[in-house]
Design a protein around this ligand. Structure first.
Ligand code: GLY
Length: 348
């Protein structure tokens, strides 16, 4: 299936199919006929995977970086940029990212800044990257002060979601992506009872479709795109504390907790009734994402971290469901947030 992102001259397609990675050379010939070279940015682990048969059809250089979030640093970005220059990539050439969200973010940011911007094609290899990071053009790196604090909007020329590759993922990797899928399921207003009858490919397409539609309407997050942050205010706070205390938790697990908390906050603010809370819990359970906040985390630290969320403006801001749909609610009283979070944790 091909899902379009409509952004005038920056429009592109997200191709979802088994073996999609093998379309790379054909796509380069079609979209970038003048390109003579490309740099594949990938990880040291992925380059040794059996499925790693990436063929661009033009001169091809491979740049490997460490797996995971630590590659999204200013140092690694510098190394990648130097290697793009060593490979003598020109403005008509391109970067191809092959990896999870850390790689698509890093490679995309390198492409956005090298020679003031060259083309990038993403081949996301995790479910999480397929449904989120690779779509929509947000690219960047982390700073010591926080995640994704330096970046750009740089839309890819195409996104190749290869379901053959994601079929090789470990269950916990899949779970990490399912948190975002559950978020999309709720934003689309779908019921928990429909989950079992939906195939993995249909779940992927539902999430990609939603994100492509939202980005097409609001590329720079002036409105609708902020709704993709549903469940993320608490999720980001949990992830921040996890990082500080070396407690492992996957993004999707944190998002699942964040979704269940956000709907309870909406209930406390009389935006929804308890049936919506029950349905949200059922959706999260339907995706097998029943996780709890680690007991050792203090509620006050979580609230403090939430008030510093990148998307907030010096206050407590959440995406919440309400009588007329989802919306961004800013300036929520700290005492209410603390009380709802305490109650939520006590019932876990
Ligand atoms: N990950 C949220 C967005 O792309 O806007």
């Amino acid at each position: 299936m091909n899902i379009p992102v409509h952004l005038e001259e920056r429009s592109y397609e997200i191709i979802i199919e088994a073996g999609a990675r093998r379309k790379l050379s054909q796509l380069i010939a079609q979209l970038l006929p003048e390109a003579q070279a490309c740099c594949i940015v990938t990880s040291e682990t992925l380059v040794n995977e059996q499925w790693f048969d990436i063929d661009s059809g033009i001169n091809q250089y491979t740049i490997t970086v460490s797996d995971g979030e630590e590659s999204k640093s200013i140092e690694v970005l510098g190394q990648v940029l130097e290697q793009l220059a060593e490979a003598k990539l020109s403005r008509r050439d391109l970067v191809v990212s092959v990896g999870g969200g850390a790689i698509t973010d890093l490679a995309g940011f390198a492409a956005a800044t090298y020679l003031r911007g060259i083309a990038v094609i993403h081949i996301p290899t995790t479910l999480l990257a397929q449904v989120d990071a690779a779509i929509g053009g947000k690219v960047g790196i982390n700073l010591v002060a926080g995640k994704n604090l330096a970046g750009a909007f740089h839309q890819p020329r195409a996104v190749l979601c290869d379901v053959e590759v994601t079929a090789t993922l470990a269950p916990e990797e899949i779970r990490s992506g399912l948190g975002e899928v559950a978020k999309c399921w709720l934003l689309e207003g779908k019921s928990a009872s429909e989950i079992v009858a939906t195939s993995p490919q249909d779940l992927l397409e539902l999430a990609v479709n939603l994100k492509a539609r939202i980005v097409s309407d609001d590329e720079r997050e002036g409105g609708q795109r902020a709704l993709l942050n549903y469940g993320h205010t608490l999720a980001h706070a949990i992830e921040k504390l996890c990082l500080a205390q070396s407690t492992p938790m996957r993004h999707g697990e944190a998002v699942a907790i964040g979704l269940r908390f956000a709907v309870r906050l909406a209930l406390a603010l009389e935006r929804v009734d308890s049936a919506v809370v029950a349905e949200t819990d059922a959706v999260v359970a339907g995706f097998d994402l029943d996780f709890a906040i680690p007991r050792e985390f203090r509620t006050t630290d979580l609230v403090q971290a939430m008030s510093h969320d990148k998307k907030a403006h010096h206050d407590l801001t959440f995406v919440l469901p309400g009588p007329t749909g989802f919306g961004v609610v800013a300036g929520i009283d700290r005492e209410i947030v603390t009380r709802v979070l305490e109650e939520f944790r006590n019932h876990e």
